[in-house]
Design a protein around this ligand. Structure first.
Ligand code: ARG
Ligand code: ZN
Ligand code: CA
Length: 229
């Protein structure tokens, strides 16, 4: 069977100068454990063999950065980012406006290495308090993008969909947990509403597929692997 792929992780916590928004080491470890459980098929689905290793945690107390991550994004990332294409820089901050997270794609690394990484709203991490979205699966979803996955509803019912053969086509994003929904009746399979790359609530999400695992490992080899293979 295929070897594990080790992903070094640097977590960056942006919080207010009075400590509001700081995240404990325990919670950071829980988020990394959720990431590993999800990518190893521990909730359901495929074992993608990605192994996330926490290498460093930075904490920055800055009221301006804490109040508006987006407005300060390039400055924040260029001052905190560590490692190269293989290192997952995971920023935990307050995003606001209903934004749960964002990520860059592997193929964009070489053009914009300084913006590479994943950002999640602090309320989405385990115990973060955002109702329906605080199991830490936003970091899982965003890390899927960071490793080359599109949403399962990419291209709706038309080819090539999400470029993954074993995720059924889906006309539009899910919300809540619409079990048994089928928005592309001319295509086989119900909507993949339990897939980490759909938009269901966290308690509904539980899997990546083998096809997604293959796509991520191909993107790793092409764009992120630190060693020639
Ligand atoms: N909307 C965000 C994105 O497209 C994240 C969605 C995460 N969903 C969740 N159930 N945690 O990247
Ligand atoms: Zn997404
Ligand atoms: Ca598909």
């Amino acid at each position: 069977s295929a070897a594990e792929i080790t992903v070094p992780v640097a977590v960056h916590i942006i919080h207010a100068e009075d400590g509001t928004g700081d995240v404990s080491a325990e919670t950071v470890n829980e988020q990394i454990a959720v990431l590993n459980k999800a990518f190893r098929g521990g909730y359901s689905g495929a074992d993608t063999r990605f192994d996330f290793r926490l290498e460093d945690v930075t904490r920055t107390a800055d009221d301006a950065w804490a109040a508006d991550f987006s407005a300060n994004e390039s400055e924040i990332k260029s001052s905190l980012r560590q490692g190269g294409a293989e290192t997952l820089n995971l920023y935990i901050a307050q995003l606001g406006d209903g934004i749960l997270g964002q990520a860059t794609f592997p193929q964009d690394y070489s053009a914009a290495p300084e913006s590479d990484g994943v950002v999640v709203d602090r309320n989405t991490i385990p115990g973060g308090g955002l109702e329906g979205f605080d199991l830490g699966f936003t970091a899982v979803h965003e890390s899927g993008h960071w490793l080359g996955l599109f949403h399962t509803f990419q291209n709706a019912c038309t080819e090539p969909g999400d470029y993954v053969a074993d995720t059924p086509y889906e006309a539009e994003q899910s919300s809540g947990c619409p079990e048994g929904r089928d928005t592309c009746p001319a295509r086989s399979g119900d909507d993949p509403v339990h897939n980490f790359m759909d938009y269901s609530d966290d308690p509904c999400l539980n899997n990546f597929t083998e096809g997604q695992a293959t796509r991520m490992s191909e993107h790793w080899t092409a764009f992120r692997s630190p060693e020639p293979e």
